[in-house]
Design a protein around this ligand. Structure first.
Ligand code: AMP
Length: 279
């Protein structure tokens, strides 16, 4: 695997590959790689012939400085994992390589800015679009892959791509889970064994709502989910929302595609998860 820390060197290398006809696929990450990230790399390998993975813990998307400080950064293990799955290129810049001092950025992402994660993490999606835009202009991928795990992020990035006419195709990949249902996340390493048990209420509740789902009982199901999660010790619910999967507005009977999304703090760790209910 080729490992770049400087954008100019990566750009030069990719230009040569592109001139030879390569289709470049791209998986942006913040590292602490787990099988969810690696499933994106494997999917990327099916769709093109050069896979670029970036590892960059982007400071501008953290609204909580403590969260940024403790974000795991096991770069040597990450490199090993990427080599094991035959990733072609790693881009691992430092903050100065990505940002020239205090840059300002604002993209009109519409109502997504103030809904769900947007509401709970003010400024988060401005930071996400800022860094993904920069990464797209450096890597110039034909295809970029993101996880359904961050469903709202996928909608926000899709909106950016369409607003700015960026020449990249976006692909959303399924959520990878542990055998007991917990959605894989780099933050799971902060869970104590007890937290981890309590955290299972999130995927269990999502599954149970999926099993019972009917557009006629949205309010009732939502209430049932909130009650179940609030009962779980050590878990503080941020939101549980049955939403329109295209707008993330609360769903109604006439909604066509439904999704249930949850965010909760378990112990000291904030977790998110979701499940598509009905297409
Ligand atoms: P992160 O490193 O958390 O920023 O995630 C990088 C990419 O991996 C994003 O597109 C995430 O949605 C995706 N991802 C994170 N966790 C999972 C998972 N459990 N399954 C599938 N994709 C994931």
């Amino acid at each position: 695997m080729k490992n770049f820390t400087k954008k100019a060197e990566l750009q030069q290398y990719l230009a040569t590959l592109r001139a030879g006809g390569a289709i470049v696929t791209f998986v942006p990450t913040m590292g602490a790689l787990h099988p969810g990230h690696l499933s994106l790399i494997k999917q990327a390998q099916q769709l093109g012939n050069v896979v670029v993975c970036s590892i960059f813990v982007n400071p501008t998307q953290f609204n909580d400085t403590k969260d940024l400080e403790i974000y795991p950064r096991p770069i040597l293990e990450d490199i090993k994992k990427l080599e094991q799955v035959n990733c072609d290129i790693l881009f691992n810049p430092d903050v100065d390589e990505m940002y020239a001092g205090n840059e300002s950025w604002h993209l009109d992402i519409g109502e997504l800015e103030g809904l769900l994660e947007g509401k709970f993490r003010p400024g988060h999606y401005q930071g996400v679009t800022q860094v993904v835009y920069k990464l797209f202009t450096i890597v110039k991928p034909d295809i970029a892959l993101f996880g359904q795990k961050d469903y709202q992020q996928f909608l926000v990035i899709s909106r950016m791509v369409s607003l700015l006419n960026l020449p990249v195709k976006l692909v959303m990949c399924p959520i990878a889970r542990d055998a007991d249902g917990l959605a894989l996340s780099s933050r799971n390493i902060h869970l104590t064994p007890a937290d981890r048990q309590h955290a299972l209420i999130l995927s269990k509740t999502l599954n149970s709502i999926k099993q019972q789902f009917s557009p006629d009982h949205i309010d009732q199901l939502q209430q049932q989910a909130v009650t179940a999660i609030n009962k779980e010790p050590g878990v503080t619910l941020g939101y549980f929302e049955i939403a329109d999967a295209e707008t993330l507005h609360p769903a109604s009977k006439s909604t066509k595609k439904f999704i249930a999304l949850v965010a909760a703090t378990v112990g000291k760790t904030r977790l998110i998860d979701n499940v598509v209910l009905k297409d």
